[in-house]
Design a protein around this ligand. Structure first.
Ligand code: DC
Length: 224
């Protein structure tokens, strides 16, 4: 069986999608594209401009007009890619806690989703891509040759985020992170437009039960 040209990886926040996607793309020589950074870039842009996150019209206008670029990493500082908003490097701003707190409502707006998903689809259709997100297998690239849905418990995902922040030298409160993960899960999976769910033809893996190496080995075996 040939290696699938388009690989979609979906799942909730901090389930290990990006780690898996990046590693898989490296091993196949494919482009790695983490679509969450685009929703984060719009959210950061809205906060920077002092927009009301609850104002769907202005936030949607921003998503339709802002120039978001996602490029291979230009620095060796732990980033998976460079994220630029209107030419400015905002890679680390997209990981801020205020962005995390507002990104789910921003990504629930249908106009925001349409604007970003059409850019993602255009890039994905070029092929040789591993695209990671919430709706890649269901909406953005339903023709993907391999669809993975990577799941994990909220507790395990909060623990990973907590350790990631500490490793970067930041301060973190586990209980707050867990509450944030649960809140985002709730919004992401109950929103009206392209909610988080596994595609019918997705292979579901639980990363509570498998470590990162085991998840990677399973998915690589499915590809080759
Ligand atoms: O994967 P992440 O944590 O960087 O995603 C940030 C937010 O973006 C998340 O709350 C859900 C949203 N998102 C989405 O709705 N659709 C995608 N394809 C990717 C992310």
């Amino acid at each position: 069986m040939p290696i699938p040209n388009i690989i979609a990886i979906d799942g909730p926040a901090a389930s290990g999608k990006s780690t898996l996607g990046r590693r898989l793309a490296d091993s196949l020589g494919y482009l790695f594209f983490d679509t969450g950074v685009m929703y984060r870039a719009v959210t950061w842009g809205a906060l920077l401009r002092g927009l009301q996150i609850g104002d769907e019209i202005v936030v949607t206008y921003l998503a339709e007009t802002a120039q978001i670029d996602v490029r291979p990493p230009s620095k060796d500082d732990g980033r998976a890619c460079d994220v630029l908003l209107d030419g400015v490097d905002i890679t680390w701003e997209t990981r801020r806690t205020d962005v995390e707190a507002s990104v789910s409502p921003v990504s629930a707006y249908s106009g925001v989703r349409q604007a970003l998903a059409s850019q993602q689809r255009r890039i994905g259709l070029r092929g040789r891509v591993v695209m990671v997100g919430r709706d890649i297998g269901t909406v953005v690239l339903p023709e993907a040759g391999l669809k993975i849905y990577l799941d994990a418990s909220a507790e395990e995902r909060a623990r990973r985020r907590y350790e990631e922040i500490l490793q970067r030298g930041g301060q973190a409160d586990y209980a707050k992170i867990l509450a944030g993960v649960r809140n985002r899960d709730e919004i992401d999976s109950t929103r009206a437009f392209s909610p988080l769910r596994a595609a019918e033809d997705a292979i579901i893996l639980d990363s509570d039960k498998l470590n990162a190496d085991e998840v990677f080995a399973k998915v690589e075996a499915l590809c080759r």
